[in-house]
Design a binder for this molecule. Sequence first.
Ligand code: PLP
Length: 470
Amino acid sequence: MQYISTRGGMQPASFSDILIGGLAPDGGLVIPEAYPRVSGRELNEWRQSSYRELAHAIISRFVTDIPPADLRRLIDKTYTAKIFRSADITPVKPLLDGVWLLGLSNGPTLAFKDIAMQLLGNLFEYVLARSGDYLNILGATSGDTGSSAEYAMLGKRNIQIFMLSPYQKMSPFQTAQMFSLQEPNIFNIAIRGVFDDCQDIVKAVSNDADFKARYHIGTVNSINWARVVAQVVYYFKGYLAVTQDSSQEVSFAVPSGNFGNICAGHIARQMGLPIRRLILATNENNVLDEFFRTGVYRVRPAEQVVKTSSPSMDISKASNFERFIYDAVDRDPAVVRELWRQVDEQGYFDLAATDYFRTIGRFGFVSGSSSHRDRMETIRRIYRETGAIVDTHTADGLKVGLEYREQGVPLICQETALPAKFEESIEAALGRRPDRPPGYDDIEQHSQRFVVMEADAAAVKDYITRLGQV
Ligand SMILES: *Cc1c(COP(=O)(O)O)cnc(C)c1O
């Protein structure tokens, strides 16, 4: 399997070559030359497979330059009942009639990002050991991604992680999750400022090509291809859990922000998984819902991004969307280049009048959005009707998913975070706090390890120079 760029300007490369990089050299995103196909017979054969076996069967088609036995070992080490608190890794529970909840948030940080990030940590460590290299990962977080990345890189050899977060602006739970980590390769840097200040510092440091090369600076953001591949697995797992035979179709409801999760669903469908609909749910930041309804993809300036009660979906642009558009324009890199030139110059592109958009239905997407009120009502309704408590992001997915529910087609709604992560919103909806999983009860009392810095890229560089691996 070789990888190319959505903008056509990259020599085909192997998985290990593209694993650690971010954008392709031409500014596009990396994508397989072609998607592997899975037959109905193979699907049926996978019905008895464990999560690990299934993960190996799927991921090995995308990762052809790591010996199968090594890949198997990395996967086996990642997807354990101990790390994901369930032998199923992504357990499926019946919720309402014909509606299932696919639990993706039982990893260490209680959100679905752990599923991909935990594998990424092991893949990074393996590939760095093989090449004798090391990495100083620099990131900015407002909560979810940063903690997931830190837990994935804990104690990994030849990797240090420097995570910037806005000082005293994360919830006490999120802060404790990150700052209580004591491993010497984790560096929490609390910046006096807001999340955008943190992100600006990461950009400034990354734009200093000399510094970046000299200190082996890397990132783990949501455009990382390996993260997308790891997420393909649970679409298969969810499908197999609710069907008896590979002639059946299911639909998935996916709470979406950067289009990383649902991009994996798109790929699973392109591989031949019988997905009827990919139901994309946004919150008030409805960039993607707008596209699927109108054909216009319009990014929002930072000041137009609304702060919502499903904060991990508060986005101004959907960084993985270019991967889908590449397929939607029949894999023509010249068209992709032109569309993103328009985004850069005028802030949007409009496919409404094109055949690409007229035939977009062939990809199975439908969409909707959810407001604060919708998600509060959905949390209450699900609690009333089933006794289950769902988090705010999951509630956005359920709200839109239920609008598209069809008789006779199982609807799999993804649980992308546990409610314990967003206690304040649950309390606002239900008047009670959700239970925390074992081990998280007194997390705020654990001793914390972090430094506080001004919003100053030079100070952060200096810190990496002193403490990074060089
Ligand atoms: C990141 C995140 C999302 C959005 O996923 P994308 O891959 O960005 O579309 C949804 N829910 C939760 C809880 C998240 O952390």
